[in-house]
Design a protein around this ligand. Sequence first.
Ligand code: AMP
Length: 280
Amino acid sequence: MQTIRTVAELRQALLQFRKPRAGFVPTMGYLHEGHRALIEASRAQCDVSVVSIFVNPTQFGPNEDLGTYPRDFQRDEKLCQDAGVAILFAPDIKEIYPARFETFVEPGELAKPLCGAFKPGHFRGVATVVCKLFNMVQPDVAFFGQKDFQQCAVVRRMTVDLNLPIEIITLPTVREADGLALSSRNRYLKREERQRALAISHGLIAAAEQFHSGERDVGRLLATAKQHLAAVDQLEYVDLVDYVKLKPAENPLRTTAALCVAAYVGSTRLIDNVILPLPT
Ligand code: AMP
């Protein structure tokens, strides 16, 4: 036992009993500035930052790009080192899904619209791997990007529903100077496709500008986005949804909404969104 008479000494003595605050950034690798922003936030808010790199097979559909998903482990390792990451967790598939694995986390209504409608089982795979990684890393805080808006909603819901003692922090989408949302999959884009992919962010930004000028009509906001989206090869969806429930937004907008897009440019599937904020 120690007997202490000053506040400074008290604080110093208590430090040894304090558990370091652990921040966690789960990723699929091929890291870019969007990932780095999450790492920097973790570094700023936590004592120790953990990054995982795991290309999770259970969130890919049978005809998706699991086999060709971009990878560059050495580059990722360096980026993490330079960014001050304490632990890079890069497990082998067997470490995450050992033989006879058969238990999944099944998200509910939040996983049904938007990407969930086109990628059956995707969010089941996401929720399962994120839950497993949370149990492995046991972070105090986990950082996610707004770019994967529906993923953020599903993960937040899961942590509440399963009583996981982890704070979820969502950070804004990091974009190239011309507006394109950073994504590991941008690597697939040929020069001409990269140019046409701008239709997605430009459509979202144009609709957001219209919203900020006072437009609240769902049809007119969607029409603005769609004008730009004519340049993509296949529009999977462009939807205005309630920010919390992810159901179709009320018309005219009265509460915060998210304008979300998934589209193919060439054979590359890209997603993006903007939040249209309103006081709740
Ligand atoms: P991924 O490696 O694509 O699975 O993404 C790992 C994390 O980085 C997720 O939380 C993503 O939402 C986030 N992320 C991906 N792209 C961006 C971006 N452009 N800006 C901010 N966060 C991003």
